[in-house]
Ligand binder design. Structure first.
Ligand code: PEP
Ligand code: MG
Length: 563
């Protein structure tokens, strides 16, 4: 299960579209050859990622498909043919790729040998990938024409965001874990999602009726009339519950003894901000800025970023917003930031590591943030902080940007609060050293769990181990809140745990003062909070961190909530 909810709908397999190839005559053949080489490198990078993921999630046999694609990309014969269409025939790279690969694949497709016929499909796949890259990375997708259950191998955040929300009732994917970005986005869209269903999923044909239970991670293929009736009733009850909760959106979030906890929203776009307002968010606790950078040909410039951030700040009607700087890399790749392939991307050039290595991107982002303008309550936070040096470097850059803008007499924010995400265990363990240097901590439980328990958050095979309520994780949360409070700093949680009603009492008891979640979860957490007493929560949290296993923590939390 990746996002809760129950629904029934027809299956729609998400296909990549066929990219159009235009034929043009080029004069700068050297430039065109270098475009081809860049596209080839990008394709290698993408395929290595796919290979590693398929190998880990499904198995070596399935992964071998991508190994074969990689071998084609390394084939000098094939590429010298493509190059000669560029240098000798003076055609554009996309046309050259398409002509050569079409010819080879037609030849293979005509063979009687089924193994060679299959290779023709591989060549078409590679052609599509190269042409897509050469055309720019926008990924136009065919939309379903009726509201459907989307079936896909895996969904990139940018792909998910391109889908027409009105035509999607649920997501089901072959790959993915409970905290993958499909899960997070589905949750945010208020749609059920079931992930890690395995290859068989894609054998379900379009239009087949599916009953999706996102609460328990079950998908019935061609359900009986009785099952459909049951699902429809459950869906209606869920909607009724949601409507009742929405009615309380404007009421403050507090415990039965009057302790306030700020309930904030995790968002990526202006549309999300409007949704956050509907659900009664008091502000934005995490603005993930990656989506502005994904699914496009180059980075948005400073003015484009400024427009996007200000639109969000306006949509939030000047409630506080916390903007997270670019967290690219790992499970959030961006095609134009061609990075050398990494065998362990989650442990590689991610978040501030990439930002520090390529400071121009971050400088433009910080300038855009400062320029949102006077009167806006804005904070910034940095992802994937591992060492104090990184934080000091980033604070210096921010101070530089400030001086630059003041000197240029630009209208800027009155102040910018600076925080860090605590999502690498080293930051939690050394929280007492970080605390004096920040205005606040925001705990990213998705990554903190991944790195504490050594569980790849995108790997379905090990998702059973991924539990943010594991005592090792909650002890790091406790350590972070204790260090922050000793220095008079506040702590929020913005990972998925913040929206889990089973964890509300624990987080309150550990001294977390804000919870940031997908907007749709706010009403449930508000209702949960209203039923809690802060003194009991504190006592219970102290017991929880003594437990040896996740099961013991969960049992303790369940027992207390029955009282
Ligand atoms: C987290 O890691 O908990 C988090 C909120 O960041 P993201 O899910 O974007 O990595
Ligand atoms: Mg994170």
């Amino acid at each position: 299960p990746a996002a809760p909810g129950t629904t029934v709908g027809p299956a729609f397999r998400l296909q990549d579209t066929t990219y159009l190839v235009e034929e043009t005559e080029v004069s700068d053949t050297v430039g065109e050859l270098s475009k081809l080489e860049q596209a080839r490198r990008q394709a290698v990078f993408e395929l290595q990622g796919l290979y590693a993921k398929t190998n880990a999630d499904i198995g070596a046999d399935e992964a071998a498909i991508f190994d074969a694609h990689l071998a084609f990309l390394e084939d000098p014969g094939l590429f010298s043919e493509i190059e000669s269409w560029i240098s000798d025939v003076r055609r554009n790279a996309a046309y050259a790729v398409s002509t050569v690969l079409d010819a080879h694949s037609a030849f293979l497709a005509a063979d009687d040998n089924p193994v060679l016929q299959a290779r023709a499909v591989d060549l078409q796949d590679i052609k599509q990938r190269l042409v897509r890259i050469l055309n720019g990375t926008t990924n136009p997708i065919i939309q379903p024409s009726v509201p459907s259950v989307i079936l896909a191998h895996d969904l990139l955040p940018s792909q998910t965001m391109l889908l027409d929300r009105d035509m999607v009732v649920a997501f089901c994917t072959v790959l993915g874990g409970a905290t993958s970005h499909v899960a997070i986005l589905a949750h945010g869209m208020g749609l059920p999602a079931v992930v890690g269903l395995g290859q068989g999923l894609l054998q379900v044909s379009d239009g087949t009726v599916l009953a999706v239970d996102g609460n328990n991670g079950i998908v019935h293929i061609t359900p009986s009339a009785g099952q459909i009736a049951e699902f429809v009733v459950r869906q209606a009850l869920e909607q009724e519950h949601q409507t009742r909760n929405l009615g309380q959106a404007k009421l403050p979030a507090q415990t039965s003894d009057g302790v306030r906890v700020a309930l904030l929203a995790n968002i990526s776009t202006q549309a999300d901000a409007l949704e956050a307002m509907r659900y009664g968010a008091e502000g934005v606790g995490l603005l993930r800025t990656e989506l502005f950078f994904m699914g496009r040909e180059n980075a948005p410039n400073e003015d484009q970023q400024l427009a996007a951030y200000r639109a969000i700040a306006d949509a939030m009607e000047r409630r506080p917003i916390t903007i997270r700087t670019l967290d690219i890399g790992g499970d959030k790749p961006v095609s134009y930031l061609v990075q050398p392939s990494e065998s362990n991307p989650a442990l590689g050039m991610r978040g501030v590591r990439l930002a520090i290595a390529q400071p121009d991107l971050l400088r433009a982002q910080l300038r855009a943030i400062w320029r949102i303008g006077p009167g806006y309550p804005v904070s910034v936070m940095f992802p994937m902080i591992t060492t104090l040096d990184e934080l000091l470097w980033l604070r210096n850059l921010s101070a530089d940007v400030y001086t630059e803008l003041v000197t240029a007499r630009e209208p800027i924010l009155d102040m910018l609060r600076i925080g860090i995400m605590v999502e690498v265990p080293s930051a939690a363990i050394l929280a007492h050293h970080f605390a004096p240097l920040v205005d606040f901590f925001s705990i990213g439980t998705n990554d903190l769990t991944q790195y504490t328990l050594a569980v790849d958050r995108t790997n379905a095979a090990v998702s059973y181990l991924s539990d943010a309520l594991h005592p090792a994780v909650i002890n790091l949360i406790a350590q972070t809140t204790a260090a922050a409070h000793a220095h008079g700093k506040s702590v929020g949680v913005c990972g998925e745990l913040a929206g889990d009603p089973n964890a509300t009492s624990l987080l309150l008891g550990l001294g977390v003062s804000s919870l940031s979640m997908t907007p749709a979860s706010i009403p449930t957490i508000k209702a949960t909070l209203a039923g809690l007493d802060s003194t009991t929560a504190i006592a219970q949290a102290q017991q929880a961190i003594q437990q040896p296993t996740s099961a013991a923590v969960r049992a303790l939390l369940a027992r207390e909530s029955l009282r």
